[in-house]
Design a binder for this molecule. Structure first.
Ligand code: FAD
Length: 423
């Protein structure tokens, strides 16, 4: 190959692309990020900040499927659908329904857990190298409910998997929950405290620190839109962009919910959809002594949203909207949650400081695509981390670096293969 623009070109500078870039640099490689947007400014900026190593269940299960009609019928429910998008979405929905089969759920649990159990170590390396310790917290998150019976049902379905995989947790009755989080209403019946989780108190700042480390080490960022793969004599030699061709020995596709076309260019048809989500930033509720009213992120089960105390306010994150990545945001979706959020946290002020929408990149079996292309072994994939991209970005970066270096990443990569059966 003639002169290259970088050893590795990484498409997409979200948390996944940044993590790949940093772990590749640890191997002494020259890395260029290619993204028209600023690093970490997409979906990776607006999430709830939870390093959710306790999330072992896939998103779509038989229980969720049964609940879908009820969810869609509830205006403030955790799932909404743009009906005009249904014909395009239907094949993904069918595959997601098929992926609730016992064997596929089992594969998903094993696959998520294998990544989650390595996630903290990978974050800790990056947090330490990037000097991001002030953004990293270890209070764990709590899943709470207003309804005792719903909480009991949730615990019955969730705790067996947590016990099986040795995930640290504590069941809290009403009293214990209020000792932990006195700002929550006495209406809240109890909860599940996932004590081993970690929190990032400003996801955008985390990406900024990672990007600063990347640039300090000589990494480059080209603000270009990637349109395809450059292929010469059957071999991938780089990327076709809106501003010319870039050449490299290795290419990593980490473009989040926008990765499917690039995977197709390498010969892999992946059923990737966006589970869109929203956040509202609200003023930080504080007690008379100025302490935050919420000490840790709280998942409010009915109807399903998160309240996360962040460095610059309280973040309310919504459930899932199924719609095209191109559709205009509908901020009525998260705003409907405000009065419900006040039932959980009476000190919450319903004054929206800012609002945001992003796209969780999701495959029907809830597992990401991580690995190399069979057809083009110098093309690597790192996308589809659904609700867990912040959690699993760094471990994904480490695996990609291992693959590029020819090291054994030490886990069964067939679970995440780009040509697996996704349902
Ligand atoms: C409301 C909400 C709450 C969430 N909460 C959590 C949480 O608490 N914990 C957790 O672990 N996860 C959470 N997630 C999920 C997590 O945010 C995502 O999984 C993660 O951000 C995906 O990261 P990414 O790097 O793959 O994609 P992105 O952050 O979307 O980055 C992809 C990048 O690729 C670029 N790109 C796209 N197409 C091209 C192209 N053709 N050429 C060049 N560049 C391109 C984009 O500009 C973008 O910068 C949440 C998501 C949402 C929406």
């Amino acid at each position: 190959m003639s002169a290259v623009d970088a050893d590795v070109l990484v498409v997409g500078a979200g948390i996944v692309g940044l993590s790949c870039a940093l772990f590749l640099q640890e191997d002494g490689l020259e890395v260029t990020l290619v993204d028209p947007a600023a690093p970490g400014s997409g979906t990776s900026s607006g999430n709830a900040g939870i390093i959710s190593v306790a999330s072992v269940m896939p998103i779509v299960t038989r229980e969720t499927l049964k609940a879908v009609p009820g969810m869609l019928a509830t205006p403030a429910g955790p799932l909404s659908l743009r009906w005009r998008y249904l014909p395009s979405l239907a094949p993904w929905l069918v595959r997601a329904a098929l992926a609730t089969r016992k064997a596929t759920v089992e594969r998903a649990m094993v696959g998520i857990q294998a990544l989650a159990s390595r996630a903290l170590r990978a974050h800790e390396v990056l947090v330490q190298r990037a000097g991001a310790g002030d953004l990293w917290h270890s209070k764990g998150w709590v899943k709470v409910s207003l309804d005792r019976a719903a909480l009991e049902r949730f615990l019955a379905s969730e705790t067996p998997a947590l016990e099986r995989f040795g995930v640290a947790h504590e069941v809290l009755d009403r009293g214990a929950l209020h000792d932990l989080e006195p700002g929550l209403s006495s209406e809240v019946a109890g909860g599940l405290w996932l004590t081993g989780n970690r929190e990032i108190s400003d996801p955008r700042a985390y990406s900024d620190r990672l990007a600063a480390l990347f640039f300090e080490r000589g990494g480059k960022h080209l603000r270009r839109q990637v349109r395809g793969l450059a292929i010469e004599g059957g071999e991938v030699t780089g990327l076709l962009t809106n501003d010319g061709t870039l050449r490299a020995r290795t290419v990593v596709i980490a473009a989040g919910a926008f990765s499917a076309d690039l995977a197709a260019a390498a010969g892999h048809r992946v059923p990737l959809e966006a589970e869109r989500g929203y956040h509202l930033m609200l003023p930080q509720p504080v007690d008379p002594d100025g302490r935050k009213l919420l000490g840790r992120p709280v998942y409010c089960m009915d109807p399903g949203f998160v309240l996360a105390p962040m460095d610059h306010g309280l973040r309310l994150t919504s459930g899932v909207e199924l719609a095209s990545t191109e559709a205009a945001p509908d901020f009525a979706i998260p705003r409907r949650l405000l009065p419900i959020a006040r039932r959980y946290l009476p000190g919450l002020e319903e004054r929206v400081v800012s609002e945001w929408q992003g796209c969780r990149p999701s495959l029907p079996d809830s597992l990401p695509v991580i690995g190399k292309s069979r057809r083009h072994p110098n093309v690597h994939f790192a996308f589809g981390h659904q609700h867990l991209g912040l959690t699993l970005g760094p471990v994904t970066g480490r695996i990609v670096a291992d693959l590029v270096a020819g090291r054994d990443p030490g886990l069964d990569l067939t679970l995440y293969a780009p040509d697996r059966r996704f349902w």
